[in-house]
Design a protein around this ligand. Sequence first.
Ligand code: ADP
Ligand code: MG
Length: 217
Amino acid sequence: MMSALSAADNAQLFRELASTIAAARDELCRLDGVIGDADHGIAMEQGFSAASRAIDALPSDCTFADQWNAAAKGFLNAVGASSGPLYATAFMRAAKAAGARQALPLNEAPGLIVAMAEGIRSRGKAEVGEKTMVDAWAPAASAAEEGMADGLSVSEILTRVREAANAGAESTKAMVATKGRSARLGERSIGHIDPGAASAAMVINVIAESWGRHDTH
Ligand code: ADP
Ligand code: MG
């Protein structure tokens, strides 16, 4: 039988996201200090901490949609930086994709990566190659879509999703920023990884690791 994720698993995922991002706060602020305003680690820490607390405050019979929508609201209210509305939109798209269900079949989970990436792209209007978090999210989503279309196992799909996100974040080093705060640096942004892409790769890795633990095939 195909394994499924429970709402409790999803709450645990958000606790892991909050603790991983909290541990990376200073590093993300340092990266943002090079090409932005040095607040990205604080924004992400506060956002994921608020998202996780919002989920933990829900009743135990809540659905996946309730959880992702609560995460969106918590993140948006906690974060004034541009990452706030981007992640809030991502989580609202995940809520819609997961639906009002208390269990999510594991083979549908990679579809949430696709939904989140699409949310970020439609909210921020950035394309691949513009040195933003889209450069991590979009290749991760493509890997998820291709893996699902090819009928790969969930853990194989998630491995490819992680590799694509990591390579995508790394690829921003060579790019010139044209979106967001770092765009004013122009050519001087070359050689530095985009902080939003770096944190996106961290987020995608935590999500894929968490889901991958449930693939018992
Ligand atoms: P701010 O730039 O307001 O200080 P953060 O520091 O939290 O916000 O986030 C900066 C990151 O947001 C950038 O590194 C980039 O990845 C991402 N970003 C900025 N603008 C966009 C956009 N239009 N689309 C997608 N991502 C964006
Ligand atoms: Mg910033």
